[in-house]
Design a protein around this ligand. Sequence first.
Ligand code: KG4
Ligand code: ZN
Length: 339
Amino acid sequence: MAIILAVESSCDDTSAAIAINGEIRGNRVANQDVHARYGGVVPELASRAHQEALVPVVHAVLEEAGVSLAQVDAFAVTAGPGLMGSLLVGTSFIKGLALSLQKPLLAVNHMQAHILAHFIEAPRPNFPFLCLTVSGGHTQLVLLRDYFDFEILGQTIDDAAGEAFDKSAKLLGLPYPGGPLVDKYAALGNPKAFAFPVSKMSGYNYSFSGLKTSILYFLQKQQQQDPNFIVHNRNDLCASIQSTIVQILLHKLQAAAQDLGITRIAIAGGVSANSGLRLALQQLATDKNWELFIPDFQYCTDNAGMIAMTAHLQYERGFFADQLLVPDPRMPLQPKPQA
Ligand code: KG4
Ligand code: ZN
């Protein structure tokens, strides 16, 4: 039996989880409200908030799982990618525990954990499957042949899908993070009210920065005629922006699925909580006869449950980290060497 305590602190959520034999027995997340008034994550404030939240979150999850620190067999932590200061809080904390209790350390890649979150609960995808990871920092289309055998087919060359949502929301005067608010107002609007350009990228890569610029110019032009244009059209603007982002995301996913002849499709990351994306994907899956996998909401946005799951799979394969682990803010997504 293996008990793993995992911590996630790569951006602005402080989270801890316990995995017992690969089963997630507790997953606690403390969100940081401190960033809302600045319109984005302030790295220095994020690290300080992690320092405050980490110990209570770890205590809470140990209690929930009915596990004591002495019973933990291995300690796991997100080692990257993410904000350096935020990663340092989590890695220093977990390294301290592993060293003092003389237990092994597991270093987890945040983007890999978003994908492997699909193995926390049934239905779990069989291999091979395609996973579109859409978060605040990344947009990646990955072909999975096995847990640690995969290939990145495409990724964004500029903004991530979550950034496209958040930056568009900011242009509409909505607070950070704007993605969930765009989702909420989009449900009340007409997605065909306004037409925004859909980027044309070669291969399976994505680009979202042009969309943001076109929204900015469009709003500036409209506001010259009606200074309250945004207030009058908020729902239609949100619906049109959301539908454009979803269209861009699904176009490449569909092309890759068709080219590779794959019908098992998964989405992961914070943006997979978007109801427009979920609905469009479900419709596409029905049309194309795809088997679709979307994790439970708590495992879509940043959480330590996905870190604990990935750590369990690494533990089984002996993929341990050096006790001197240094976090890597730009850690690439790459398969682990076979043990
Ligand atoms: O995966 P995640 O929690 O953190 C990162 O690793 O980045 O993703 C956060 C991103 C933010 O950009 C947030 O606005 C977006 O996910 N997001 C959404 C929704 N919920 C979260 N975007 C659109 N609609 C949502 N419902
Ligand atoms: Zn994430």
